[in-house]
Design a binder for this molecule. Structure first.
Ligand code: ATR
Length: 482
């Protein structure tokens, strides 16, 4: 089940949030601490208007809520409002108020015993859950996940606490997001979402949890794929793979994992039987020692963006290489591109330079830091120069921009500011958000053929999808959604 935590300040706002999410949620949590005015009428109207089971919660500041008044007042409000037709009441671990529990029981309201750790995952996590369950119908623990190893403890609960059915385990913070999307793999009965993400740290919206991830459909047979990176939540890859799985009717899910240590992630991948994953910055080199097999491109470039389970080992391939080539392949085949300038000398530039060199293209690498351009040029048999090397730029059939200039927060930066494109040139910017960078807008105005970063993003994602699933990517992907 997906539970919508209501973050509206008024009854009307809460009802609007419910209507917006209808169909994607099974349960609502009425958060008295977030409501501007707490009254029996408000609670009753939300319960009736929602036409869904509901949880009554009055969260204190120290547990991550907004209530900072007296405890007596809080508990007496709960005692009164538990009679407003709710299905569950959330009572924190430390609360000893037998009359509240008794009243709930008389009314047939189930008790969720909850506990929150806003700093860490407690070392006695499983024992705490067992203890909570003894004092309520449902045990709920929300803990702060600060590394991949923590996340493993949450997923380990499914096996360790197999017999304890009615529990909810929530990993807060960005490291905890997979425990929300894959809540069923923690053995949880439900998980929380909020329309604006303001319900708690790491909340995703119902639209994302249901519409993108189909989190409720995860079952024993669901194949798990993902992406590792740091940061990772900005990535568009889930918007390529999840709709792809859906369109071809595969029982699979693709989840973003914020990863600090690659070593821990490989352990987690075994625990969750992850079938394959994408790799983004800064882990493209760090995964190499864990791979039993690598493709020719990974060996050449020294970086891997796709890891697949292959027999008893992990295999690494690099779809950036072919993804980059995909939009320009006809131009290369027609010998329309014989020389290229690559702007930048980082990880992204490496794949691009190798892909071009492999297609017999003359390459000049221009970079802000000349030493990096020189090193990459020496390794790849290319030339190099500074960003204002206009002679190199003028003689290039293709100019490829591979740096982060043009991408927020550097959206105002055009690394080739002083250079005027000639209309015969093809200009390719790897930045995909925004679609038109300053550099690409100038190239379009000059009449150049332009190639968008999203074209490479989609091409590398499609190739990845095919390596993951063995299926051709289906028709129907909406590039505008990326
Ligand atoms: P990635 O793996 O995404 O390519 P990287 O290895 O950190 O990331 O490389 C970033 C590239 O963007 C480098 O070529 C960097 O230039 P320097 O080598 O001089 O650092 C380039 N870059 C980043 N910000 C830039 C800016 N404001 N102007 C020009 N180049 C920039």
């Amino acid at each position: 089940m997906l539970c919508l935590t209501l973050t509206g300040k008024s009854e009307q706002e809460c009802l609007q949030q419910i209507e917006k999410s209808r169909g994607s949620i099974d349960l609502v949590e009425i958060r008295l601490d977030l409501l501007g005015h707490v009254s029996a009428d408000t609670v009753r109207n939300i319960v009736t208007g929602s036409r869904l089971p509901s949880i009554l919660t009055y969260r204190r500041k120290r547990d991550g809520g907004a209530y900072d008044g007296g405890e007596r007042q809080r508990l007496s409000s709960l005692c009164e409002l538990v009679a407003c037709g709710v299905t569950y009441i959330d009572i924190e671990e430390d609360v000893k108020r037998p009359e509240l529990e008794q009243k709930a029981r008389e009314l047939g309201v189930k008790i969720i015993r909850s506990c929150h750790d806003l700093e860490k995952v407690p070392s006695d996590l499983y024992a705490r859950i067992v203890k909570l369950k003894k004092r309520g119908d449902v045990a709920k623990i929300a803990v702060t996940v600060t590394c991949v190893e923590d996340l493993m403890k949450l997923f380990g609960a499914r096996r360790e606490l197999q017999s304890l059915k009615e529990k909810v385990i929530v990993g807060m913070g960005e490291f905890g997001i997979p425990s929300r999307i894959l809540y069923k793999r923690t053995g949880s009965l439900f998980t929380f979402t909020s329309v604006d993400g303001k319900g708690a740290s790491g909340h995703l919206s119902p639209r994302i949890m249901d519409g993108l991830y189909h989190a409720r459909s995860v079952n024993e047979d669901t194949k798990i794929f993902g992406i590792i990176g740091n940061p990772v939540m900005h990535t568009s890859s889930p918007r390529i793979h999840n709709p792809g799985f859906h369109l071809v009717g595969l029982n699979a899910i693709y989840v973003p994992f914020l990863v600090d240590e690659v070593r821990s992630f490989f352990q987690l991948a075994d625990l969750l039987s992850i079938k394959g994953f994408s790799v983004t910055v800064p882990h493209k080199q760090a995964v190499l020692p864990y791979l039993g097999k690598i493709s020719r491109e990974v060996k050449l470039i020294g970086s891997c963006n796709t890891v697949l389970r292959h027999a008893m080992m992990w295999k690494g391939v690099n779809t950036d290489f072919y993804g980059f080539l995909d939009p320009i392949r006809p131009l290369l085949d027609a010998s329309r591109i014989r020389s290229a300038v690559v702007v930048g000398a980082g990880g992204a530039a490496r794949s691009v330079v190798w892909a071009l060199r492999n297609h017999y293209c003359r390459v000049t690498i221009l970079n802000r830091t000349i030493e990096r351009a020189r090193d990459l040029a020496a390794q790849t048999g290319s030339s190099y120069g500074p960003l204002d090397d206009h002679a190199a730029l003028e003689s290039a059939d293709l100019i490829v921009q591979t740096t982060s200039a043009g991408m927020p927060p550097l959206e105002e930066i055009d690394p080739l500011e002083g250079y005027s494109f000639s209309k015969e040139q093809i200009v390719y910017d790897l930045v995909y958000k925004p679609r038109y960078t300053r550099l690409l807008s100038r190239a379009a105005e000059a009449g150049c053929q332009i190639i968008f970063g999203s074209q490479m993003l989609i091409a590398q994602g499609v190739l990845q999808f095919e390596s993951f699933t063995g299926f051709n990517y289906p028709e129907g992907l909406d590039a505008e959604l990326l």
